[in-house]
Design a protein around this ligand. Structure first.
Ligand code: ADP
Length: 986
């Protein structure tokens, strides 16, 4: 009875065990299927897979590569009824993409991509809900021939719209077959248990049997396991965890070697070793998750890192089904596989994506993708935009789904047709497009973008897969270009309005680019004339060509950055233009000229104006010279004869009249001289003739001239040179004399009592070798000048106090001339004055100290006056002048001969030898210069020839000396000057 009870109990226990074991067996199979499906999803390339869109891609490299991966997995698991991938579109229409064969049928043609599933899958709708959530889904269904168990899992990283997934089917028949094996074991166990029960030792056996059933398999099964696990890239295990947490490994597949670098045996002996391999950072979390799974019957899945002795840090994916056992322990049916490569690829991809994002942001360039794989209407499609594309459009990344319509709403209305045409043309021709257009920003405003797009199509079939594009914010560039265009336009208008020609010479090609003004200016037709350097050279006036080209080439070949020239241009119609060119020379890094960009202006009118102004100026000075000659000649007579008249006995008032005539004449002469001087200075025609001279005798001479008037007024009249001042100065003696005479003259003229002092100081200009600053200060105790007048007195014809001036005479030109002369000598005239107290004028000039080459000639005895028997030829066309001269010379004891013009003078000189000739320069017939040259040609002994010039111009003095004359006297002749000059030569 007891045995019967024991047997029944044993049978019941066995039944429970059988049911348990068969459940466990099925779960192991299911786990394996899951592992395979996951593995398949892992090894397939989701992107390549998503490109497999139509039957035309059958046999394409993508197709074959993906198929082969799946087939390999299938081969490792021959019990799988089918292993294939499917796609469900938005409307849940299903099609098969990759399909594997049973291992023995490998040489068959691969099944076509895209065909519909060949058996009804009614429950697929529910499955798709799970798959779309990224979850694994299992279901059983009815295939035509038998029951099937299907496990499906989605491929990662699905593109929007459709979903790709892997399915593995296993026939329930197979499960049933396997169960019959277990069932047989059950019956045997039942019988054995009966025997053993009878033997009374079944209590111990009971436990053993349970383990046996749980652990051991039929020979067919273990063969199957051996094969599968041998090829499976991963560790398949079964472990039992006691309520106290002790782990006992009941099975570990061969791949333990690569998964944890341990022999399966070793692992079985010390299963805790695997815990030690877990990366410290992942250990805590993993433990928590495992403990949680351990509590209830659950599926556990986790990715974690291990640190292996050889391979170092690697990623592992663990999947397990945890089964709670009645004794509180749990049974883990699990699989661990290496996911390092995928993790690394993911990481690389993440990095690439991150750097792509950064690059896009930096370049302000976004990218987009338009899926063209299914041939529905373009308008119904959505676009995939990169973050930067959203930003370019003024949107937050991924803030809205981008439909075709939304995109076109953002395109500027005026550009929509253009963009639409480019897009549909590219789709139609499977080509590319590149265009600039405007977009309206979400927050308002307009942006300019540049878009580039290409169509991706399948290499073999040529079917379009997608359109890929970039969008680049070019607003800044467009605005700058617009600004440049506007500036160019303005410049063009300005150059045209200002009739400024512009040219741009390219050194390498010798080509010149002209603007319209250049063509108009040079009367050439842009249609027929293509300017280059040779053509431009031809246009130059022949007389300017060599000079201009030499200068141009010099500028190009030197380091100059600027070229400037004026030249004449001979137009084809014979007209001659004057133009001015200014150009910038642009050089490369080596300093070689590469371009020359410049302007050219027609200055013909300006030239003509200057020429006529110069001509007018010449005419004016000629007129002045003429007039001064014409006035001076009669003045010569007036003053000369007045002087002679004064020496005769005059009765009563006559002497006073004669004196008045003389002073009026002198005044008139003074005025003429001043006007002449000022007009010459104003026209810039006055030249400075520096020569060395001793300052003391020079000042003495000046002082002496004015002494009579100073003495007349009982003035304290003195001059002084500071001791350190150099003896000899190098400057224009005449001009300095003119300045000082004027200042001293004014002081003596305006001062009625008190003093007139001249103080000379000199100091070396610092930093110079030998330049001295000379200060000539004239102090007086005259009436002084009102402060408001101090500036004005230097203006021509300005006189401070007309009543005083009327009393003293004067032209109002003296200070104007003196200040201008002082400036010509490198200095200035300044004045300080107090009304009623007197004035102080200081003339400053810059001049070097000099050495006198020839000592000053001491006056000879004859200077005082008598030249008895010396023969002088007087040449003058003016009879009054001749007569006056004759009278003066006779008084000095000379014998005189007269000639009325140049040719007469030449004739007379041929006849006899003179001791001196006084030669007027301006004469009709033959002038004095020509006559002198003529005489110089034939004379045997050099006769001193002294020029008589009426216009007192320095140029005349130079011309006289050039013509071969020895000295000159300006008209009207003063007796003392005449005496001194003749004494030098006779
Ligand atoms: P001018 O003496 O021929 O009138 P200036 O040009 O030499 O012409 O002088 C201009 C004016 O400056 C004089 O008319 C006079 O009013 C004033 N002036 C010049 N020098 C003196 C001076 N030393 N004292 C007072 N006034 C002077």
């Amino acid at each position: 009875m007891a045995a019967l009870v024991l047997f029944l109990a044993s049978a019941a226990a066995n039944t429970v065990l059988y049911l348990n074991a068969s459940g466990a067996r099925q779960r192991i199979l299911e786990d394996l299927m899951r592992a395979h499906v996951r593995l398949s999803a892992e090894v397939l390339d989701p992107v390549a897979h998503s490109r497999l869109t139509s039957a035309e891609m059958n046999g394409s490299p993508d197709h074959l590569a993906q198929l082969q991966k799946l087939q390999t997995i299938r081969r490792a698991y021959p019990q799988i009824k089918r292993l294939y991938t499917m796609r469900a579109d938005e409307k849940d229409n299903l099609s098969i993409i990759l399909d594997t064969f049973p291992p023995q049928a490998m040489n068959n043609e691969p099944p076509k991509i895209g065909r519909p599933p060949d058996h009804p899958l009614e429950k697929m709708r529910e499955a798709l809900v799970h798959l779309r959530r990224g979850e694994l889904y299992e279901m059983s269904g009815t295939a035509p021939e038998d029951q099937v168990l299907g496990v499906m899992t989605p491929l990662p990283r699905q593109t929007s719209g459709f979903i790709d997934f892997v399915i593995a089917d296993i026939s329930n028949q197979y499960v049933a077959t396997n169960l019959s094996v277990i069932r047989a074991a059950y019956y045997i166990a039942l019988l054995v248990s009966l025997a053993l029960a009878l033997a009374g030792g079944f209590a111990v056996y009971l436990l053993r049997l349970r383990e046996l059933v749980a652990r051991q398999m039929s020979p067919g099964e273990s063969e199957f396991f051996r094969k599968v696990t041998a090829v499976l890239p991963g560790l398949l295990y079964q472990a039992r965890v006691s309520p106290l947490g002790q782990i006992k490994l009941t099975y570990a597949s061969e791949d333990a070697r690569s998964v944890c670098e341990m022999e399966p045996e070793e692992l079985r002996r010390d299963p805790a070793a695997i815990v030690r391999l877990i990366h410290p950072d992942d250990r805590k979390q993993l433990k928590e998750k495992m403990l949680k799974a351990n509590k209830g019957s659950k599926t556990w899945q986790e990715e974690f890192r291990v640190v292996l002795p050889k391979a170092g840090v690697r990623w592992r994916l663990g999947v397990a089904h945890v089964e709670k056992l009645a004794d509180g322990s749990s049974l883990w049916h699990g699989f661990v596989t290496d996911t390092t490569a995928r993790k690394q690829a993911d990481e690389a991809l993440r990095k690439n994506e991150a750097s792509l994002k950064a690059a896009q942001q930096v370049a302000a360039m976004g990218s987009w993708e338009l899926d063209l794989s299914d041939p529905t209407d373009l308008k119904s499609k959505t676009l995939r935009w990169s973050d930067e594309t959203f930003r370019v459009f003024g949107l937050e990344p991924n803030s809205v789904p981008v439909s075709h319509d939304l995109f076109f709403q953002l395109v500027h209305p005026d550009d929509r047709a253009l963009v639409e045409a480019a897009l549909s043309e590219a789709v139609k021709t499977r080509g590319r497009y590149s265009l600039d257009h405007r977009i309206i920003l979400a927050g308002g405003g307009i942006r300019h973008v540049h878009e580039n797009a290409v169509i991706l199509h399948h290499e073999k079939t040529g079917n379009s897969i997608a359109m890929l594009g970039t969008v680049h914010d070019i607003t800044g560039r467009v605005r700058r270009e617009e600004a440049v265009r506007r500036n160019e336009q303005r410049l063009k208008l300005a150059t045209q309005a200002g009739r400024v020609g512009t040219w741009d010479y390219d050194v390498a090609t010798k080509k010149i680019h002209w603007n319209d003004v250049m063509f108009t200016m040079k009367k050439l037709d842009p249609a027929t004339f293509d300017p280059n350097l040779d053509e431009s050279e031809d246009l130059l006036h022949p007389d300017d060509r060599a000079r201009v080209m030499a200068e141009f080439n010099r500028c190009l070949s030197s380091r100059e950055t600027r070229y400037e020239s004026e030249s004449r241009i001979s137009l084809r119609d014979g007209e001659v233009l004057h133009t001015r060119s200014i150009a910038e020379i642009l050089r490369d890094a080596n300093g070689q000229a590469v371009r020359c960009v410049g302007i050219e202006i027609d200055v013909t009118a300006e030239k003509h104006a200057i020429e006529s102004a110069l001509a007018a100026d010449r005419a004016k000075s000629e007129f002045l010279a003429m007039m001064s000659h014409e006035i001076r000649t009669p003045m010569n007579g007036v003053l000369g004869f007045t002087a002679l008249l004064k020496e005769t006995a005059l009765a009563g008032d006559q002497e006073e009249y004669v004196t008045t005539i003389e002073s009026s004449g002198q005044h008139l002469l003074h005025l003429i001289n001043d006007i002449l001087d000022l007009s010459k200075i104003e026209s810039g025609r006055i030249k400075i003739h520096p020569a060395p001279f001793a300052l003391r005798p020079f000042l003495q001479e000046l002082f002496t001239l004015l002494r009579p008037r100073a003495t007349e007024k009982h003035l304290d009249y003195r001059w002084n040179i500071e001791a350190n001042a150099p003896e000899i100065i190098l400057t224009d003696r005449t001009r300095l004399g003119q300045i000082l005479t004027n200042l001293l003259g004014n002081a003596v003229k305006f001062t009625d009592r008190g003093k007139v002092h001249l103080q000379v100081m000199a100091s070396k200009v610092s930093g110079s070798d030998n330049i001295w600053q000379w200060n000539f200060t004239v102090q007086d105790t005259g009436p002084g000048i009102a402060a408001g007048m101090l500036d004005k007195i230097f203006d021509p014809f300005y006189q401070a106090d007309l009543s005083v001036t009327r009393r003293h005479g004067g032209t109002g030109l003296g200070l104007a001339i003196s200040r201008r002369l002082a400036r010509l000598l490198g200095g200035e005239i300044s004045v300080t004055s107090t009304l009623g107290d007197g004035s102080e004028f200081t003339a400053t000039i810059l001049a070097p100290e000099a050495l006198l080459e020839e000592p000053a000639i001491a006056p000879t005895a004859s200077e005082t006056g008598h030249f008895p028997g010396k023969k002088v030829l007087i040449v003058d066309d003016d009879p009054v002048g001749r007569k006056l001269c004759n009278l003066q010379l006779t008084k000095l004891g000379f014998v005189t001969v007269m000639a009325a013009n140049g040719s007469e003078a030449v004739a007379k000189s041929r006849e006899q030898q003179f001791d001196a000739i006084l030669m007027d320069v301006q004469m009709p017939d033959m002038d004095g210069f020509t006559a002198t040259r003529e005489i110089r040609r034939f004379e045997k002994k050099r006769t001193p020839i002294i020029a008589l010039t009426a216009n007192a111009m320095i140029e005349d003095r130079e011309r006289s000396l050039e013509a071969g004359m020895d000295d000159y006297i300006s008209k009207p002749m003063k007796l003392d000057v005449l005496t001194r000059t003749l004494a030098r030569w006779v």
